[in-house]
Design a protein around this ligand. Structure first.
Ligand code: ZN
Ligand code: FE
Ligand code: FE
Ligand code: ZN
Length: 264
């Protein structure tokens, strides 16, 4: 079943397209479900180009729920959100998430300490660090995020590779540890095609991750991480190939934070 669960809107300050335009694109491409999952207010940074403000969040929810009503017969519109994980601001984030009727929450690690490591404006910092340590720190943070129990879906699980800065160590043991924690918690991950549009030119997560996930039976959602209407559902043929190659026959869909599995 065609479902794109990771779509941004112009509200975040670095995407193009209204909820209407994004949903229209999904209908045109034959999707049965479309999940809008814009960046939640960051809380650790006040930057108009990273995310909506806390004041804009109720309007976002309103707009998506209104689209759900209006497009009801043609496509199922889900209310998602892409929320960060960041220890010092977690309490405020959790309280904010509880105030709205999200269908699912994507959890994403975009920041380590004070470094937004997936920002193209801050790539110089990769030159100063030990990449092996960076990957292990990143995956450790993702695991802590899973163990917090706040999130339904791990977003772009190997985002650390975005700028094609690669580690020398085999990440498989760390992937396995993370996926076992996810299995225990009932947390999904997403196959996210946006990596194909960044220097790494590869889907998130890499096939080694997907193979271990399939072996452990960890459910998966699909997302384009579109930041414009044209990118909705982009490269889903490659995502399907990756999943089927690893033995997946089903993917996860959500409603009111409850997951069900449907055929791929
Ligand atoms: Zn974004
Ligand atoms: Fe993200
Ligand atoms: Fe995103
Ligand atoms: Zn994202």
């Amino acid at each position: 079943m065609k479902a794109d669960y990771h779509i941004h809107t112009q509200l975040c300050g670095h995407a193009r397209g209204t909820v209407d335009e994004l949903v229209a694109s999904a209908i045109e491409k034959g999707f049965k479900q479309v999940g809008i999952a814009d960046h939640m207010p960051m809380l650790y940074a006040e930057d108009a180009h990273l995310a909506m403000t806390p004041e804009q969040l109720p309007g976002y929810v309103e707009e998506v729920l209104e689209a759900r009503e209006r497009y009801g017969g043609r496509i199922k519109v889900l209310l998602g959100i892409e929320a960060d994980y960041h220890g010092p601001t977690q309490a405020e984030r959790v309280a904010m998430l509880e105030r709205f009727p999200f269908d699912y929450v994507i959890g994403s690690v975009h920041v380590l300490g004070d470094w937004i490591f997936d920002s193209p404006l801050d790539v110089d910092r990769y030159d100063e660090l030990d990449l092996d340590e960076f990957y292990m720190e990143y995956l450790g943070e993702v695991r802590a995020m899973v163990q917090s129990g706040v999130y339904d879906i791990v977003g772009h699980p190997d985002l650390a590779k975005k700028f094609d800065k690669r580690p020398t160590v085999d990440l498989s043991p760390a992937y396995r540890g993370l996926l076992e924690a996810m299995k225990e918690r009932g947390t999904c991950y997403e196959v996210n095609t946006a990596g194909l549009r960044w220097p790494v030119k590869e889907i998130y997560p890499e096939s080694a991750f997907v193979r271990i996930a399939a072996e452990l039976g960890v459910p998966v959602t699909l997302g384009s991480d579109a930041h414009c209407p044209e990118d909705v559902g982009r490269d889903f043929d490659m995502a399907l190939e990756l999943l089927e190659g690893a033995g997946y026959t089903e993917h996860a869909v959500f409603h009111g934070r409850k997951m069900t599995l449907v055929p791929l």
